[in-house]
Design a protein around this ligand. Sequence first.
Ligand code: ADP
Ligand code: 2DT
Length: 212
Amino acid sequence: MSYRRGALIVLEGVDKAGKTTQCKQLVHALQQSGRPAEMMRFPDRTTQIGQLISSYLEKKNNLEDHTVHLLFSANRWEMVPLIKKKLDQGITLVVDRYAFSGVAFTSAKPGFTLEWCKQPDVGLPKPDLVMFLQLNPNVAAERGEFGTERYETSVFQRTVQQRFEQLMKDTSVNWKVIDAARSIEAVHNDIKVLCENSINESENLPLGELWK
Ligand code: ADP
Ligand code: 2DT
């Protein structure tokens, strides 16, 4: 029998673009059609590193900017053995944020270059597909008030959006831009087709290494 791994699928986008909603619907739809699929999210707040990150985001502790960047990256690296195991078992992973959020958010802070921010994540499992949910900040604002966590301001989110745009110029990553201003169902249908194609294309290919 030929080797068939699951696909590593990432959803990215600014706050309220619909990432979590779409990840859940996608996993559900894949499972319904008989394809093994599970959701993951970053930061994963359940680990010890994740708890440090979570209290930083909740403004319960302060961490130096480089330090917290490295913790976000470490939070991905600590999940790599599990990611590889699941993919090897043929399970497709649908991931809510990944290294791209890591780079976009830290590099939106003063004094950080995109290049510096990418380094700790170089060599992570490379997503087979990264779908960027594109949403105008004014439309995002209509989806509800910002919460009280760190980074949840429209000024910061605008800079984050610009950093994502810079990252999307990198053609070594399989980016697909999705118009996220449409109905949940319309967005879901597009995402599902892209994901199914990606699962079929990746199943016999080795997993790549990000930014390497
Ligand atoms: P994110 O994970 O990107 O922050 P969420 O999936 O949590 O976004 O969605 C943010 C809010 O917007 C939720 O209240 C959700 O129900 C709503 N929402 C998600 N997708 C859409 C859509 N396509 N149209 C209108 N509202 C949406
Ligand atoms: P949510 O849990 O609501 O998605 O918010 N972030 C995320 C970073 O700054 N660096 C990272 O590497 C990642 C994955 C984005 C999490 C917040 O943390 C930011 C919003």
